[in-house]
Design a protein around this ligand. Structure first.
Ligand SMILES: *Cc1c(COP(=O)(O)O)cnc(C)c1O
Length: 413
């Protein structure tokens, strides 16, 4: 592509070309596409064309809000950009402290530790809770950052089938062989859009002397009356010991956090390797998150509007239950009955090619819905992943439902 690119002389890396070829053959090789617009008004622009955007985690339409942009300008003017060091050395500034305090107030906990990403927060949280001689019980569909946190912790890892509490309790039979034990789960699963039953998990954890850690990445700001997440929504605050959240999804900014007791946070600041050995976020990024969590606190109507959007979508799918891809969604909607549907809606279509074709056909109609493939989901369970946002309008949702109803993967491939 680029004439001036230096020649590669190393042949010890030749194996990579073979691997890439194999991934290409499996249609698994991903290409970056350059987004040409901010996330605004439920739209996204690629290659000069605007699409309805059902592929961002900006669930409350906050990422491009002018309040965040103004906060960043002001903070950068006052504090500069880079923070220069890890929080423990000299990177920790006034705005980091203020953000931690406001997050702790939002979450209703004693203390919060701020991280550069949610991924880093999970690595530190798991690693600070368990180690050699301990055990972690982890849901099969937990996020990659929890999986990696478990692996790095050196604790024994027991993986239970997705949401299978019966299997989990069976596994806990040998709990007494271990020093400490941790149950860890996503609260709202990122590729399946379903919820962990936190009160039940909490009861099991208590009964078998385990800690309970919950990753609220897709729920912070969205679920619960005050936006604390599924923990609040399911009234499980008394049984969840450790909450992890991200500032990069509904909060519309960047960063991650662990929320809990003061002791937990002191321990994490002293023992969390991804906390200690990584540079603090720019203070201006903390300023954006501060502006965002004030929106989350002061504008509960955004959460209510997202519920309205989810309702429009469910209604549309029910009305088209016999058509195209709506056929695949309708049984799930019936099964969940009055139980809440989340803002993440998977449409499982089959193999890579089917998912890619479905995504392409939607794109041709002006809708961006990402195809999700291995390793994000198991082979054969490739899917479209629809993300709804409070900024979607009724006509936009109608167009989505109409497009899904008109699409039948089995015929198109
Ligand atoms: C996105 C995500 C993370 C990581 O958060 P980042 O801030 O993007 O690093 C962690 N857990 C879950 C469940 C996620 O979906």
């Amino acid at each position: 592509m680029n004439e001036t690119r230096p020649p590669e002389r190393s042949s010890s890396l030749d194996w990579i070309a073979g691997e890439l070829q194999e991934w290409r053959r499996l249609e698994r090789l991903r290409q970056l596409r350059i987004r040409e617009s901010p996330h605004v008004g439920g739209l996204i622009q690629w290659e000069g064309r605007a699409y309805l955007d059902f592929g961002s985690n900006d669930y409350l339409g906050i990422a491009a809000d002018g309040k965040l942009v103004d906060a960043v300008r002001r903070a950068a003017g006052e504090h500069g950009w880079g923070s220069g060091a890890s929080p423990l050395v000299s990177g920790y500034g006034v705005l980091h402290r203020r953000l931690e305090e406001e997050l702790a107030a939002l979450e209703g906990v004693q203390a919060v530790a701020l991280f550069p990403t949610g991924f880093a927060a999970n690595l530190a949280a798991v690693g600070c809770l368990v180690g050699t001689g301990d055990v972690v019980y982890s849901d099969q569909l937990n996020h990659a950052s929890i999986v990696d946190g478990c692996r790095l912790s050196r604790a024994e890892v027991r993986i239970f089938r997705h949401l299978d509490l019966q299997q989990l309790e069976g596994m806990m039979a040998d709990r007494s062989q271990f020093r400490r034990a941790l149950v860890v789960t996503d609260s709202l699963f990122s590729m399946d859009g379903d919820f962990a039953p936190l009160p039940e998990l909490g009861a099991l954890a208590r009964k078998h002397d385990c800690m309970l850690m919950v990753d609220e990445a897709h729920a912070t700001g969205v679920w619960g009356e005050q936006g604390r997440g599924v923990t609040e929504w399911q009234a499980a605050e008394a049984v969840v010991d450790v909450r992890v959240g991200t500032l990069s999804k509904a909060v519309g900014s960047i960063g991650g956090f662990v929320a809990g007791s003061q002791d937990l946070i002191d321990w994490i600041r002293n023992r969390g390797r991804s906390y200690m050995f990584s540079t603090a976020l720019p203070e201006a990024a903390a300023a954006a998150s501060l502006a965002a969590i004030r929106i989350i606190r002061d504008e509960p109507q955004r959460r209510q509007q997202l519920q309205q959007v989810i309702h429009w979508f469910a209604e549309g799918v029910r009305e088209n239950a016999a058509s195209g891809l709506c056929r695949r969604l309708a049984p799930g909607l019936e099964a969940s009955g009055t139980a809440a549907l989340s803002q993440i809606i998977p449409v499982v279509v089959g193999d890579e090619r089917q998912a890619l074709t479905a995504a392409r056909l939607l794109r041709e109609q002006g809708l961006f819905v990402p195809a999700i493939r291995p390793p994000a989901v198991p082979a054969g369970q490739c899917r479209l992943r629809i993300s709804l946002s409070s900024s979607h309008t009724r006509p936009q949702i109608d167009r989505l439902v109409e497009a899904l109803a008109g699409l039948d993967c089995s015929e198109e491939t």
